[in-house]
Ligand binder design. Sequence first.
Ligand SMILES: *Cc1c(COP(=O)(O)O)cnc(C)c1O
Length: 387
Amino acid sequence: MERIYLDYAATTPVDPEVLRAMQPYFTDIFGNASSIHSFGQEARKGMEAARETLASFLGAKAEEVVFTSGGTESNNAVIFGVANALKNKGNHIITSSIEHHAVLEPCKFLEKQGYKVTYLKVDKTGLVDPADVKKAITKETILITVMHANNEIGSIEPIEEISKIAKENGVYMHTDAVQTVGHIPINVTNLGIDMLSLSAHKFYGPKGVGAFYIKKGTKFSPYLRGGDQERGRRASTSNVAGIVGLGKAVELCGKKLEEEVKIHSELRDFLIKEISEKIPECCLNGHAERRLPNNVNFSFSYIEGESILLNLDLLGIAASTGSACTSSSLSPSHVLLAIGLSHEIAHGSLRLTLGRFSRKTDAGYLLEHLPKIVDKLRRMSPLYEPK
Ligand SMILES: *Cc1c(COP(=O)(O)O)cnc(C)c1O
């Protein structure tokens, strides 16, 4: 049976070149990067080379990069780190209603501690209006955190405009760029941000390693204490092999980015066109143009996204949904509700995300089967009356 992976937004395979670069750091170059002997110094060299690679890819300085265990930790570290460091300045944070849970949950936790959080609404394409950010700022505002691109619907937020407003008001600006690093060009100076989160496993690096960019001079209180790794901003023995893998993954993305953006956008647009034409009563979720090159997200009336997934899985196709009937919460994705979909329509969503190893034949295989699956499920649905 064919096996087709269309869930690159959930995670990506490690690129074979990344794996090769990492391997020596588990065996020959195993030293603790904080040790002063040659074992340690060799490991340190590999880690610092990765830091240079990442910094230059982002348009940052090496000392502005802090390695972490991934996107979730980076978001937590930044939000709690700024909230703590600036608690005498103010207690208000602005974010959006479509953030990843790794931003929303720290914000909710801070609310319990007495902080105030504004969750900005988005329009029906998933975009935050910078004018709303401006209106939400008070004398108490210490941090604005808005994601660079949404992981479910792929909409790319107007970060430059929001950063400009943040700067004019003397407020720190953070962006969760876990879905964009390695997928679209990024430069921290052009974005105008103070902090940015990223994660290696979303761009062909290993799981369990990520980083955040923090502009020199930004006030920040460390989350992990107990060592002076990462210049005291994140204690714990460095994950050297993981960091080297992250560095290699960034290097490969740097080389391939332009071409991959083109290939993925073409395949994305092909899928969007074909699905719209082949399947009646469906709608594209997210913005038509301001969209990640690899993201396709549709809602199909009358049916459950999870049923579509199970049927696709039987054919060897891996995808994702914003429906959540088998998970602990019965509520569909907060993102799909935030763009104004009804519960019924939100439950019928399907996310297809492309990547480095996607082929046009994968799209062909999907397009051969998806219309039949949707039709079959609709015929079984009590809500459906064929037109
Ligand atoms: C995957 C993801 C995260 C979490 O990153 P991990 O490295 O898996 O912890 C955070 N934000 C966004 C937008 C993501 O897509």
